[in-house]
Design a protein around this ligand. Sequence first.
Ligand SMILES: [Zn+2]
Length: 234
Amino acid sequence: MSELIPLYSIKVICSNCEQEFETSRVRPSLKKAIRRDADFCSYYKNENPDYYVVRVCPACGFASTENSADKLTDRQRKAFAEQVGSRWRPRDFGGPRSWETALETYKLALICAQSINDKERIIASILHHIAWLHRYRGESEQEQRFLRYALDEYVKVFEREGVAGSDARLMYLIGELNRRVGQFHEAVKWFSRVVNDQKIMDAAMIRASREQWSLLREQMQGLNLDPDNLTSEG
Ligand SMILES: [Zn+2]
């Protein structure tokens, strides 16, 4: 019996130059994570599907994810060409990816997204993925750096969405990233919002916020900080 090849190819149309290219994906049957961190960083036995999130056009170098726009505006095309495209040398990222290649694709996606002024939610997610890649390798200084960048972008997303933004998952994530970068006051503020906001019905996120809030209390007691004092300061 031959072993199932974990990757398959799909065709994608480049949202910048409109050429068709191929990119690999991990077979859905092999996508099950063996473990997941509280900020949704996932671990896999075999091929990591997160390595294949970014699609890079070999012709023009435009890198994006499925959540990016289908087609760039003229202004975005111009900005990309000036800031990234002019320096691109044809290169194909379509095959299997190592950790290093995956990191390259995310960094490329980041500069592309910044050049076209893409949505904050997309930029936040790219930064968060870069932090995860460093976590896999135990590179905590780099991980922390990118978690902070991701956190800033997630907060911008929340602020932009204003009062309509009772997005429990986003609020929980902002709490959890604050906890991970050691901003405990902020973490408590966001977890308590998810738990106490009557409009929030997302049971999974309410439960996760309670769990991480209680973990945070233990963390603080371990550091001889007073969690009750912290809570009352809000
Ligand atoms: Zn292209």
